[in-house]
Design a protein around this ligand. Sequence first.
Ligand code: AMP
Ligand code: MG
Length: 519
Amino acid sequence: MTAFYFDNRFIHELPGDPSLQNQPRQVLGAFWSPVVPQPVETPQLIAFASEVAVLLGIPEAELTAGAWLNALSGNAVLPGMTPFATCYGGHQFGQWAGQLGDGRAISLGELIYNQQRWELQLKGAGVTPYSRRGDGKAVLRSSIREFLCSEAMYHLGVPTTRALSLVLTGESIWRDMFYDGNPKQEPGAIVCRVAPSFIRFGHFQLPAMRGEHQLLNQLIDFTIDRDFPHLSGEPATQRRARWFHEICRATATLMVEWMRVGFVHGVMNTDNMSILGLTLDYGPYGWVDNFDLHWTPNTTDAEGRRYCFGRQPAIARWNLQRLAEALGTVMSDHAVLEEGLSQFDQAFAREIGEMLAAKLGFTHWQENDSALVDRLFALLQQAEVDMTLFFRQLAVVEPHTPDLTVLADVFYRDDLFQQYQVDFQSWLQDYGQRVLADGQPAQERLAKMNRVNPLYVLRNYLAQQVIEDAEQGNYQPIAELLEVLRHPYTEQSGKEAYAQKRPDWAREKAGCSMLSCSS
Ligand code: AMP
Ligand code: MG
């Protein structure tokens, strides 16, 4: 077997839990607990991302049959791996929730390959001291969703954790999908996710809240040193400030990217926020079909809509404020933390403008474009227009005599199309004028727009279809969907079925428009 090098800095440099008791408890004075994945009966690899295997230097044969398959199902620990679960807290839906931690994630180790660090983490491999009342397991449906979306996001160019493998465990686990007293048995699965760092805002919050200042200082220094090595040369007084500013800017960029592709995370609690600005923890996320800033896929949040599509940037900023408060317990210069938040504001304002201009096919964002965008968003929302298909079709609108019929197919309802026809036509007229003012050749505008407006996204109903196939034992559709999502901006012949509006049957169907945290 190929030899692999794991340096496991997190557990070598940060204090660990002296107790080996694997039962729910408060873990004080430590960032991680040693744990062992729970062996499973009949592991079966049902999907993997070959490009992630390449990143890690894992030969495909070892992944599909050899020692790696055993490691990815929790049945073996390879030489160099030292499994652990980490300790963090978080604000959930606006409230401080205390200790949370990796309740069903177990890191196998930090693999170094091609001078890059990749932490490998199994999701659903059994209980840890942070499992609280949970079983530490994950079901097939949510594992398929995490596997596919991680990779879809990567290919869209959105910062994200990656997914190496999807293993069926052969076990059945009990879940009450909508917390309505109807539990049923579902197939268990494990995703191996991969990222340079899984450190979350909540990792800093917990020691801050507990007054464990030395611990917090250790984590800050460790994170800068390991995950922001380019800052190591900065004078000590500036290093932490620069670091926080970078986190703020990366988070702003992530929000712009989510808004660009129509992704709604669904559970933006501070424990689900990555210090590297990666999309992290795919739970009841969803993709916008008809453009709707108020939409949330998460039934648990249907009431307050705290984490709906349009509020994501404001929530990210709120989360950064909570991080700043935590850091402020050991960083005496609070002005640098304020400065970070204003860098978030500036970066977001600049990048959202550039992003919208690119989506609309303008060469640059101009101040008075916001009126045009506001009118468009209101129309898209009121008239129930498919976000993804609208921007793809907009690229072929002829600016001299813009014609709404080119866009007729992207409306969900005929009656609303009729009702808003005149308003849309007048918007298109102004849009055409704006495009002409740029003087960009039509082909150039089209090509540029198609590079930022994906044609294929992981629509909720597409994910649900492959889930239903997989629950019947047919796993091929997962690979087929992943293959389409590898080239989201390129029209692929024969793949039209993946670039359709949400069908009517999926409108209110569980899994398609309604998801819960149960996974
Ligand atoms: P999430 O809402 O998925 O980000 O999870 C919030 C917290 O609940 C984290 O600490 C998770 O590790 C934990 N958790 C979620 N599901 C389970 C489960 N099935 N078993 C144990 N812990 C879980
Ligand atoms: Mg989480």
